[in-house]
Design a protein around this ligand. Sequence first.
Ligand code: NDP
Length: 508
Amino acid sequence: MSTSSQAQKSTSRKVTSASVNTDSAHQLSVHSRQGRNKLLSESILPLLLCLACPFLVRSIVFICTHCHGSISEFFRRLLFSQTVTLKDILEDFFYFEWHWPSGIIIISFLIYAVVMTIILPGKEYKGPVTDTGHVPIYRDNGFCYYIVSLILFASLTFLLKLNHLSPTYIYDHWEEFLSTVSTFAFLLCFLVMLKGKYMPSTNDHRSSSNWLTDFYRGVELYPRIFNVDVKLITNCRYGMLAWALLTVIFCMKTFELYGFTDSAFITCVLTLVYLTKFFWWESGYMKTMDIIVDRAGFYLCWGCLVWVSGIYTLPSYFLVTHPNQLGWTSTAIILTLGLVSIYINYDCDRQKIQVRSTEGKCLVWGKPARTIQAKYRLLNGKEHESILLASGYWALSRHFHYIPELTLAFLWTYPCGLQHILPYFYVIILFILLMHRAHRDDQKCRLKYGHAWDKYCRLVPYKHSKESLISQKKNGKMPVKLERKHAFPLTLAPIILAHDILKFIYIQ
Ligand code: NDP
């Protein structure tokens, strides 16, 4: 009997049907700060982050290129030898630079992304209904876009090579390129904010009198320009594709300089497989927090255009100046662990999507899906129902999929060696981002689903954050003894294990 027919016949185990959550202040309101700390969260913090993030990206690249990847050398040069002065840093790193060749590449790439998104074929699909009852419609052509782009990139590289040129031109001008894309992204975020304030595409927008917070957090949830979804373009069609192409370019540069280098090869292969998975599952991504919760502002759009290009590609960029040869055994082990991590991460997301698309009538790990019917009310008063999965990976912990994500990030950085902390910046930042995200998502779901979410939390007590475990203990909602002792180390266990295995091999 096929799995699907078994699934059809099996009755899904519905744990409970919770009462409708009548709290109208869900989803969009999660981000509105009330009263205390308003000045800090709506003005000071956004200002600091808008200033600090471009500075951080530029300094990290500077340390890689000019300080042999050593943070201490950077500070030594800054504080003692004075070969880098504070004036240089302020002038170079805070300056809105525009390097024309980079500007032309960035704008052409963006135009390419928009045109291909419009013309490539694909079935229409719906995003989740929003608080105001809006249902976004997209075309499922992400994977096609990705494959076509890789083929075009390979052809372009071939043509350039015939003329003694190379796409590694971008590596050679990486600092100018990053500053230019940052300038461009600032401008774009400002225009998207103005559009949101004066010409919003849907009712899912929230504008305030504070321009700083509007700029940082964004105004619109689903901005469209000429019916092209802005977040689809910045996050997927530019951000994720740029990540893939830049990783290939940096790997090519390493090969141009030193011949075949297995460290660069591992990082490149794992990143490409991960991004192939991303585009294969793009329609699933359009139902995640980036899209359904975060509005189009600096945090999301600048992040996808600049932070992804500068920080997510850091391991492969670092390897150009710090190549390693790991040997075939290590290469095979890292690649295998990495591919397993990608598969598990994909499978977690797939289970969630599958249970919702089959309305719970499916098998999860060979057994009927265990589900919770969770009702909620939109701001327009309409009642909706959703399904929470409480079996498979989603019974191990509420955000189990972040563990393979982090393990993978560690694995593709590991070829950089253990001498420098700098290339691990992405892993560290991702860890903080995902812990914060898990916390935000729990907040959002509790407001949205009320009792149904509490029931899910009682069935699946593990999250990722110690703080939340303690706060839930105070509310007396879960078996505290077990979770306090084990939840945090449990989250880190696979990473530490992978690290120890690889360190052992590496030292041998
Ligand atoms: P999720 O895919 O977990 O999406 C969260 C939403 O899923 C919730 O808001 C809720 O939405 C729904 N949900 C939560 N629990 C359940 C459940 N038990 N059953 C069914 N639905 C549930 O989160 P992310 O957007 O954070 O992650 C998506 C992917 O992106 C992951 O693979 C993650 O690893 C990856 N990622 C990568 C990052 C990177 O920088 N590399 C950063 C962040 C994520 P609803 O309102 O629909 O109920």
